[in-house]
Design a protein around this ligand. Structure first.
Ligand SMILES: Nc1ncnc2c1ncn2[C@@H]1O[C@H](COP(=O)(O)OP(=O)(O)OP(=O)(O)O)[C@@H](O)[C@H]1O
Ligand SMILES: [Mg+2]
Length: 368
């Protein structure tokens, strides 16, 4: 699958931009603040019906305007697809596929698979466990709609149980029968979520380690381990065992809403001992594993957006990454850099199928 043509009007710092893209490597070159990341975000938007950066749509409207429009022509498994996203302040945004509006935005998710590699990914290492759960959930729910359903159900019951625990502590007698019903429901959906997270991590880790080893040329070993309360026993039993504590602290302390991933370099946590380049390598390898995972389950090679991947990495690692993504297992790629010589030299050595776009202050010019 690939994006043939992108039009953005009044999107962030672009008044109007039209890009004819090539099926393989497209590179945005320009100074800081020129609009390279904004172009990647426009492409991200067309796949996910929202910005990678702001959940508030009016932040994406060019200053001084009150609407924006994004249009993408795709070739998807040999068929043409036209996607239009339009937003006008104080109105509902609209997404159209081949001139037909979707009723729900969620119907569009998964049609145009995409993986974004961004400097913002560092929250996966540095942030709290909710970031790592969001990563697992984001990947699994792209191809398993039942998973998302179970997650929504779990979170709803969890909220009800927590509300009851709060009331109970305000002097009311605990209704153990109601708690027991909640425990049964949490155990049912929680166990399904647990099992799917286990199988996702089990399949993904070897792929992730393969990519890390290629990029670092085998100089370091990394690991990733799924951590869950459910590993030490069934969810229902855990809820019973922690009930006294839950009553005291007024919330549910055990369950898949506490899951985490432990990210390891050698024998130590990546967060504590990883250098900036090692952390960056770790995140890129993780995203490439995500790419391979989605490609395998969907049968479509996702679009790959690589924002600022050269920052903090040495020459060898940069070259390994570009070689890797120029291989047959990857499809269309959009890559940003501030330095043309830097990128041009690597690209010429690995492939001829690429196009460069110079980006300056919200304008682009193709120079392939
Ligand atoms: N809604 C908006 N309206 C107008 N300009 C905007 C809007 N949102 C962001 N910008 C501008 O877009 C520019 C940032 O663009 P972007 O992040 O794409 O830069 P970049 O080329 O990726 O730079 P860097 O190399 O530093 O990453 C900033 O100048 C910012 O002020
Ligand atoms: Mg940028």
């Amino acid at each position: 699958m690939y994006l043939k043509n992108l039009t953005a009007v009044n999107f962030k710092n672009f008044q109007e931009v039209v890009l004819d893209c090539v099926p393989r490597l497209n590179c945005f070159i320009g100074d800081n603040g020129a609009g390279k990341t904004n172009l990647l975000d426009a492409i991200y938007y067309l796949s996910f019906t929202k910005s990678f950066f702001n959940s508030v749509d009016h932040m994406n409207v060019r200053h001084g305007e009150n609407w924006f429009m994004l249009k993408g022509f795709y070739n998807r498994t040999g068929k043409e697809e036209e996607i239009i996203c339009s937003y006008q302040e104080s109105q509902k945004k609209q997404i159209k596929r081949n001139s037909k509006a979707y009723r729900k935005m969620s119907e569009h998710i998964g049609l145009l698979p995409l993986v974004m590699v961004s400097p913002g990914d560092s929250v996966l290492i540095m942030g709290g466990s909710e970031e790592r759960r969001r990563f697992m959930d984001g990947v699994i729910s792209q191809f398993d709609s039942g998973y998302l359903h179970d997650l929504i159900r779990y979170n709803r019951v969890l909220m009800q149980r927590n509300n009851l625990l709060k009331q109970v502590s305000q002097g009311q007698a605990p209704d153990v029968e109601v708690i027991d019903v909640y425990d049964g429901q949490l155990a049912e959906s929680g166990t399904k979520i647990f099992e799917r997270r286990i199988s996702f991590i089990r399949d993904m880790v070897p792929v992730f380690q393969k990519y890390y080893s290629i990029i670092s040329r085998g100089v370091e070993a990394v690991g990733l381990e799924y951590l869950s309360d459910l590993s030490s026993g069934p969810m229902y039993d855990q809820l019973k065992a922690t009930y006294a504590r839950d009553r005291m602290v007024q919330y549910t302390t055990a369950g898949i809403h506490k899951d985490d991933m432990s990210l390891i370099l050698g024998d130590h946590p990546m967060k504590r001992i990883g250098s900036q380049g090692q952390q960056k390598t770790y995140l890129i390898a993780l995203k490439l594993a995500q790419f391979e995972f989605i490609a395998n389950v969907s049968g479509i090679k996702p679009i790959l957006l690589l924002d600022d991947i050269f920052d903090k990495l040495d020459k060898n690692r940069v070259e390994q990454i570009v070689k890797l993504v120029s291989g047959d297992q990857f499809g269309q790629i959009f890559i940003t850099d501030t330095n043309r010589e830097h990128l041009d030299a690597i690209l010429r050595s690995v492939t001829s199928d690429y196009r460069l776009f110079m980006v300056t202050n919200g304008k682009t010019e193709g120079v392939s």
